[in-house]
Design a protein around this ligand. Structure first.
Ligand SMILES: N[C@@H](CCC(=O)N[C@@H](CS)C(=O)NCC(=O)O)C(=O)O
Length: 210
C-alpha cells in the first residue's frame, strides 16, 4: 500500500490528519515537484485522476478523493470513530464534511487557483486540458469563504464540534480550509469568535501538525 501525498497542498493533509488521529501509519510518497505547483509527470501519467491524495492498494487498485480514502480506513479501523457510529451521526458528519469541502475548501481554491501565475491555464486541479483562469472567482471565492466561516461559527454556537459532540472528518476538512485560507490571506474574521475558539482547540491536537 502507498499513499501519494503532497506536503504543500490542503487536500492530502485531510488524510494525513485523519491517519494521525487514528494512529495508522501508511508508506507515503510526496509526488509534488518542490517549489512549484506541479505534480510529478510520472505520477500524472500513471494516475489519470491527476489529483492527490491517492491511495494505491497492494492489488493495484487506486482510491482517489480524500474522504473515499478515509472511508476505506474507517471500515478497516472503526475505533476511534471519525465518521460517526450511528446512522444519524454518520449522515450529519457526511453533511458537514461535504459543506466544508464544497462551500469552504473549494471557495478558497477558486480564489487561489484563479489568482496565481503558477496556475495559469490550470485554474481547476486534475485536468490535463488547459483550463484558463478567470478573474471573477477571485472575489467570489473570498466572499464564499467568509460566508462559510459565518455558517460554521453559527453551527459551533450549539455544537462542540462541527458535526456535533465528537471530533470528526467534518472538523478535519474545516481545519484544513482555515489554514489554506490563512495562507491565501483570507483569515477567519474577528467577529467569528466561536469559530476562532474552536480553531485554537483543534489546532492544539497533535494530529494538526500532520
Ligand atoms: N476532491 C478532491 C480534491 C483533490 C485535489 O484537488 N487535490 C489537489 C491538491 S490540494 C491536486 O491534486 N492538485 C493537482 C493539480 O493542481 O494539478 C479530494 O477530496 O481529494
Amino acid at each position: 500500500m502507498k499513499l501519494y501525498d503532497w506536503g504543500a497542498a490542503p487536500n492530502p493533509r485531510r488524510v494525513r490528519i485523519y491517519l494521525a488521529e487514528k494512529g495508522i501509519e501508511v508508506p507515503t510518497e510526496d509526488v509534488g515537484v518542490p517549489n512549484s505547483g506541479d505534480l510529478r509527470p510520472e505520477f500524472l501519467s500513471a494516475h489519470p485522476h491527476r489529483r492527490v491524495p491517492m491511495l494505491e492498494l497492494d492489488d493495484g487498485a487506486c482510491i482517489g478523493e480524500a474522504m473515499a480514502i478515509c472511508r476505506y480506513f474507517e471500515a478497516l479501523h472503526p475505533d476511534p470513530p471519525l465518521m460517526g457510529r450511528t446512522p444519524k451521526e454518520m449522515a450529519l458528519i457526511d453533511m458537514w464534511e461535504r459543506i466544508a469541502e464544497f462551500e469552504g475548501l473549494q471557495a478558497v481554491s477558486e480564489n487561489f487557483r484563479n489568482s496565481r501565475r503558477t496556475f495559469t491555464d490550470r485554474a481547476i486541479a486534475g485536468y490535463a486540458n488547459a483550463l484558463p483562469q478567470i478573474p471573477a472567482p477571485i472575489e467570489r471565492g473570498a466572499l464564499r469563504t467568509r460566508i462559510f466561516f459565518e455558517k460554521i461559527d453559527a453551527q459551533l454556537a450549539d455544537n462542540q464540534f462541527v458535526a456535533g459532540d465528537n471530533y470528526s472528518t467534518a472538523d478535519i476538512t474545516t481545519l484544513c480550509t482555515i489554514d489554506f485560507a490563512r495562507f491565501c490571506k483570507l483569515p477567519v474574521p474577528d467577529e467569528c469568535k466561536i469559530l476562532l475558539r474552536w480553531y485554537e482547540v483543534v489546532s492544539a491536537r497533535p494530529s494538526a501538525r500532520a
